[in-house]
Design a protein around this ligand. Structure first.
Ligand code: FMN
Length: 208
């Protein structure tokens, strides 16, 4: 088995697991090369749960928060505006480690948080915010949704600013975090709860 696929040995203590979890989430939020750079985020829609893959755009261990970016016209944005309860799952196949997080979403669109994150967004990531019709709209033809004038010669940082109106940041304030380590010597599962100010209110081992 290659080293990359070697299952991660679970740390021995709850404190060590929690520290590792937040370190890995912060690293995943910083780099597309790191594990946990993407995960799934679930919201509650009119017809029930809705889950989809997103890029983890940041994590803050001290504040117990994780972030993703989205189009403000997307169904997920409307769902989270109507019901901010949100759940995440992130899995790294290399280390066979899963994180689950539950919390509430704070949506940023017309504020300094969104401005700051938009300014830090690289040109290529801005392309998706150019779609003319809302994500999920029907189309009579196969389409990327971007305007016809958006060819590579026009794709400049100035042009990309048109996407700012559609850009939104989903900040998840984490109330509960779970780590599951799959390991041949015995799986390990640990659960952590956080109060409104981010301080830890509980830490427990769970039966995997
Ligand atoms: C690898 C991958 C990464 C994605 N990252 C994002 C993302 O960061 N933000 C986002 O809104 N959608 C992202 N998507 C698309 C979503 O999974 C989803 O299809 C889209 O946002 C529509 O979701 P909604 O209709 O529930 O709002 C990603 C999809 C994949 C496959």
């Amino acid at each position: 088995m290659s080293a990359a696929r070697e299952a991660r040995l679970p740390p021995a203590t709850l404190d060590a697991i929690e520290a590792e979890a937040w370190t890995l989430l912060e690293a995943g939020g910083r780099s597309f090369r790191a594990p946990f750079h993407s995960g799934q985020i679930a919201s509650i829609g009119a017809d029930g749960p809705n889950v989809r893959t997103v890029i983890l755009r940041g994590a803050d261990a001290a504040g117990r928060r994780i972030w993703c970016h989205t189009d403000r016209r997307s169904p997920k944005f409307a769902e989270l505006a109507a019901d901010p309860r949100v759940a995440w799952t992130l899995y790294d196949e290399g280390s066979r480690l899963q994180f689950r997080a539950w919390g509430h979403a704070r949506l940023h669109h017309d504020d300094a948080v969104a401005d700051e994150r938009w300014a830090a967004t690289v040109l290529n990531s801005r392309r998706v915010y150019q779609v003319q019709d809302a994500p999920g709209s029907t189309s009579a033809v196969p389409t990327a949704g971007t305007p016809p004038e958006l060819d590579d010669s026009r794709w400049t940082i100035d042009f990309s600013e048109r996407g700012r109106a559609h850009f939104a940041v989903v900040e998840t304030v984490v109330h509960r975090l779970e780590a599951l380590y799959l390991h041949h010597a015995g799986h390990r599962r640990a659960s952590f709860r956080y109060g409104a100010d981010g301080h830890r209110t509980a830490a427990d081992w769970r039966v995997p």
